[in-house]
Design a binder for this molecule. Structure first.
Ligand code: UD1
Length: 365
């Protein structure tokens, strides 16, 4: 059973689902409905060619406790009805942890795609979700060696940890040619030649008006040197509306983009500035410079073996770093196993059977 709920889950689960189907393994796909706006959900299913969910739970938004509880209450009867052997969850969103917890208690094996990432910032809801989901999982599917090191340090058994590579890059490689054909049209639509791309949606950056205002101010300054496009996440839209900020015309707010258009825009950008996790990885794979507007990252490998730099949220540092990167560029490099075959390795681990398959489940005890 494959579970997806929020925007970043779709490109992570699609290639794994394909790899299971290609091996004749029966699958079910559950969409929790954590993200329900068509721009954050349907567009992704359509563009990535993900089949319609076998079950669509309409959990929607809410406070963390409320949303997580609704996720669990709606997911439990689905597991009881369909009795999957393995539940595959991905990433660090509330749907991930909620469904892993339900599945573990009902005796299913849990496979966590993107296990072992740690920002070490316990104030991030995603960090809590990462740590708890790993603890609930039988198969810890790590995207990079730093994730393996984190899991080992936390005491996980060697037979639980599998270094498989990065599934987001599987999807990126599959779709890159298709995405590239869209770039000329997008540049025409936005009347741009050279540009930078920005995303902001972390609660720490966008829920607090003062913080968001100071980031927008810094981005406005950068945009005087390089026009910037900022697709606005619904969460950010709310605070921006409250701020009523006066933006320079070089900082363009646009609607959230679909997968293919967003990949196209990343691949053509001179510079990407973001607080997203996945975009730090995609820019590394694309060889595009990325500045991460956060104090920590759970993806340090994109700094040591990629094109990412952690610049924090101080306006002067953001502006200075952006101008430096625009002047000097960065050396493209990409971590091992970000090769488009991570999903195949995941299917090998789970279908061909690792030691976790023979592990007693709570219901057998
Ligand atoms: C979630 C994930 C985050 C991921 C991000 C990608 C958690 C804790 N966070 O954050 O890790 O990087 O998705 O987008 O799971 N909203 C809509 N329409 C939607 C979804 C949300 O308008 O389809 C609005 C609602 O007002 C909601 C707010 O956005 O309250 C936040 O949504 P939520 O799912 O709680 O978290 P995200 O900020 O999207």
């Amino acid at each position: 059973m494959f579970v997806a709920g929020a925007r970043p889950n779709f490109p992570k689960l699609k290639p794994v689902l394909d790899a299971f189907e290609a091996r004749g393994c029966p699958t079910t796909f559950v969409h929790t409905g954590q993200h329900y706006d068509p721009a954050l959900s349907e567009v992704f299913l359509d563009e990535l060619g993900i089949r319609r969910p076998d079950r669509l739970l309409k959990v929607g938004s809410g406070k963390h406790g409320e949303q997580t509880a609704r996720l669990m209450a709606s997911f439990e009867p689905v597991v009881e009805e369909l009795r999957p052997d393995v539940i595959v969850v991905a990433g660090d969103v509330n749907s991930t942890v909620a469904c892993a917890l339900v599945g573990a208690k009902l005796g299913c094996l849990i496979a966590h795609v993107e296990a072992g990432l740690r920002s070490r910032d316990w104030a991030m809801p995603e960090e809590v979700n990462r740590v708890v989901t790993d603890r609930l999982s039988d198969y810890l599917l790590a995207p990079s060696p730093d994730a393996v090191t984190n899991l080992e340090a936390e005491g996980y058994r060697e037979d639980q940890i599998h270094l498989v590579g990065n599934v987001m890059i599987d999807t990126l490689k599959t779709n890159l040619d298709r995405a590239a054909t869209r770039l000329p049209g997008l540049l025409q639509q936005f009347d741009l030649d050279k540009y930078g791309l920005v995303t902001l949606h972390r609660p720490s950056n966008v829920d607090d008006r003062e913080r968001l205002a100071s980031l927008i101010d810094a981005l406005g300054t950068v945009s005087l040197n390089l026009p910037l496009l900022l697709p606005v996440h619904p969460r950010t839209k709310r605070t921006l509306a409250e701020l009523g900020a006066d933006l320079p015309p070089t900082l363009r707010l646009i609607e959230p983009q679909g997968y293919l258009d967003f990949i196209a825009l990343q691949s053509g950008a001179r510079l990407v500035m973001t607080d997203s996790g996945g975009i730090q990885e995609e820019t590394t794979a694309l060889g595009v410079p990325c500045l991460t507007l956060r104090e920590s990252t759970e993806r340090p490998i994109t700094i040591t073996e990629g094109t990412n730099e952690l610049v924090g949220v101080e306006p002067s540092r953001i502006i200075e770093s952006a101008l430096r990167v625009l002047r000097d560029g960065v050396e493209p490099q990409c971590p091992a196993l970000w090769d488009g075959k991570a999903s195949e390795r995941i299917a090998d681990v789970i279908i061909e059977g690792g030691p976790a398959r023979s592990r007693k489940r709570p219901t057998d005890l």
